[in-house]
Design a protein around this ligand. Sequence first.
Ligand SMILES: C[S@@+](CC[C@H](N)C(=O)[O-])C[C@H]1O[C@@H](n2cnc3c(N)ncnc32)[C@H](O)[C@@H]1O
Length: 321
Amino acid sequence: MHPHFARFQKLAELVDGANTVNQALIDFHQNKTSSVIKGRNVIAGYVRGWGLQFNIIRSFIQQDPIYRESLKLVEGIHLTHEVSLMNIFLIMKYGLKNLERFKYCCSRCSARNEAHSTAVYSDTRGHEHRSDTTMRDSSNIKNALEGDIIEFGSYHGGSAIFMANVAKRLGMTGTVYALDTFTGLPAADPVLDFLVTNDFKNTSFESLSERISKLDLPNLVPIKGPFQKTAPALLRRSQKILLAYLDCKTYESTHYALSSVLPHMHPAGGYILLHDPIHSNGLGPLQAMEEMIETHQLYAEQAYPHMVYRYPKLCSQANQF
Ligand SMILES: C[S@@+](CC[C@H](N)C(=O)[O-])C[C@H]1O[C@@H](n2cnc3c(N)ncnc32)[C@H](O)[C@@H]1O
């Protein structure tokens, strides 16, 4: 094991080490030249995935009051495994915070980070910058916590309520959108998809709306209808997407969700989480994910407890603050 993970393990074993672990997680999530390879923060991915799989940080997370409160709200209604909720929590608490630092691409001259890319060019001072087709204007974004979160596939709203409560308690100002037909899976491919049309139909938009108002979560907005109908207008009016969580079970839904959300991701490298592809019944979503990887040449930041990608890709020479 790499020495810095071994040191982290030691910290996590300390009974009263919560502050040190907290600081270590903040440090591990910084996008440094040494941690960003092929557009994703490998170190951050390792510390979350390995830390969760081998039980290094689970008890640390379980002691966090925001995590505990948010989990309690969704007991009995979330389908997502608890370890996945833990990972979402880590990304929201430590990963998104780090996006606040994205404003400059080059530490040496503080050039504005208007590009993340494959091509590298040098400016008149000889400093290298990157540019490519994923370039977009980020000049009006003051900090990362101003973006939104979107869930494709919400069912009873368990994971969406969890994310909305964490967001509220972390002081995020954006909205969590929970997209679902709320009438069951739309058309599934009879061979490629494992689940069938109309699975998950025992839920309702009205009962979720009622639950949201009882829990006082005005930052959570359920959107009823097939993604193909609801997502275009929603994504046009939403802020940049900090985190997209895909849990929608079919090839077609996953393919559509990915292609519609990518152009709206936060320019500092928003998080795309896919629940289905690593599961035995997820070959349809896995195929959609593989097509995305091929088209955009993305590399995963994490593969346990679900797939995590960054889009646009992180700039490997960026963010040395
Ligand atoms: C596994 S459930 C989501 C579980 C939820 N994320 C949780 O952890 O509690 C999958 C949901 O995706 C929804 N879904 C799949 N494809 C969809 C589409 N194209 N439009 C709207 N909803 C869709 C289904 O209706 C279903 O409720």
